[in-house]
Design a protein around this ligand. Structure first.
Ligand SMILES: [Zn+2]
Length: 408
């Protein structure tokens, strides 16, 4: 069905804010975006929706989350990141039916996302066969990154996890499958090379957790520190972890991760030299502000990253650290930390920059003809819609993802 949806404002995120704008969509694809009067005249056959005092934005993009952990809820603030991982593992050990838990968590995560205008996710999953069909059925867009672990006593898991990650059966309607070599403390560098090789061969997006804590450097260089404690606790410690001097960002450069577009979640600990390496690469950084604060990391260098031309997007990470999946609350936190950051840039970080980080910027994240009809509509009353979205808690009036699930 062809529709024309009108509102006081349309933010295409590809040009200036349109006043008294409209978006014309047909069968899940954007046909035109522009002036309301002109588009209604040009498409008299379209079903007409009028949202009045509202802003139409690209569906918001939560570039880094773990929907399958939503049901865990926020864990008690840990002493260290490794304590948090161990607490998470204990909680999972207490769940009787992990499949059912993951299914319910993903459904809850999707519903929390839609409530704040998020239509598109960079979702990390250890259970692709369980979570991907739910994302597809619910009409969510984004990338489902299958998580790949494999180090020391767990090296044998690598190929099985990679096979699960690269199963593209649920792909379609704006949902893409990706590979996430988990982190330099859970996957050795040959394992990273293996993931990258598969991603390149199959043209799949890549993501990883990187420089989340300073312990990654220590562990890479001599196998000691907090992550050695983690491996001891898991009972899978092994002496066969290859050593790397120079920290996690150079480690990624050494395996070729930075030679192509890829998503780096966190990057909380980065030197000037490492920022220069990232600036020369095609990597995007996803900053997760509430999770960052929860773990008590020093201030994130996202402003310098933006100045250096690095693509920075926002994510919630999981509800087990952020508490919930409200992406606008992440943007609000950034605004409080950096009130001088232009709101247009802040909204780029939850739309076009997020889509670029996920490698699907040609499909979602902006409102342009030919892209997916993936947008959200918020009620706004005043003359500065971006400020209103940040300073109040506006109602989501409509969500369109152009998916079959929606057109039913
Ligand atoms: Zn994460």
């Amino acid at each position: 069905m062809k529709t024309v949806e009108c509102a006081a404002y349309v933010a295409t995120m590809a040009g200036p804010l349109i006043h008294d704008g409209a978006i014309v969509c047909d069968r899940g694809i954007i046909l035109a975006v522009g002036n309301e009067r002109e588009l209604r005249a040009a498409h008299p056959d379209a079903y007409h929706l009028h949202s009045g005092h509202a802003i139409i934005l690209p569906g918001l993009v939560n570039a880094h989350t773990h929907l399958e952990l939503t049901g865990i809820g926020q864990l008690e603030r840990p002493r260290t990141f490794v304590d948090w991982l161990l607490d998470l593992r204990t909680r999972f050990g207490q769940i009787a039916d992990v499949t059912q838990f993951a299914q319910e968590s993903v459904r809850d995560g999707i519903s929390q996302s839609l409530k704040c205008g998020v239509t598109t996710v960079g979702d990390i999953t250890l259970n692709p066969a369980i979570t991907r069909p739910i994302l597809r059925e619910a009409g969510m867009a984004g990338v489902s990154f299958g998580e790949v672990l494999g180090m020391a006593g767990r090296r044998g898991q690598l190929e099985g996890r990679l096979a699960a990650a690269t199963d593209r059966a649920p792909e379609g309607e704006g949902l893409v499958m990706g590979i996430e070599p988990h982190a330099p403390y859970s996957l050795d560098l040959p394992g990273y090379r293996r993931c990258i090789e598969e991603a390149v061969r199959r043209s799949m997006p890549l993501a990883t957790h990187l420089a989340e804590t300073p312990d990654e450097s220590t562990f890479l260089s001599d196998g000691s520190g907090e992550f050695a404690r983690l491996w001891d606790a898991l009972g899978d410690a092994g002496a066969d972890v290859p050593r790397f001097e120079g920290g996690p960002i150079r480690a990624m450069a050494s395996v070729g991760m930075l030679e192509r577009p890829c998503l780096l979640a966190h990057v909380n600990y980065v030197s000037d030299e490492e920022l220069a390496i990232l600036a020369k690469s095609q990597a995007s950084v996803v900053y997760c502000p509430r999770t960052h604060a929860y773990f008590g990391h020093p201030p994130h260098r996202f402003m310098e990253m933006l100045d250096l031309g690095i693509n920075v997007a926002l994510g919630t990470d999981s509800a087990a650290s952020a508490g919930d999946l409200n992406l606008l609350d992440e943007a609000r936190r950034v605004h409080r930390l950096q009130p001088d950051l232009p709101l247009e840039t802040l909204f780029e970080m939850v739309t076009v920059r997020g889509a670029k980080a996920l490698g699907i910027g040609g499909m979602v994240g902006r409102l342009l003809p030919g892209m997916r009809a993936n947008y959200c509509v918020f009620r706004v009353n005043g003359k500065d819609p971006f400020a209103e979205l940040i300073e109040s808690d506006p109602l989501v009036l409509n969500i369109n993802r152009g998916s079959a699930a929606e057109q039913r």
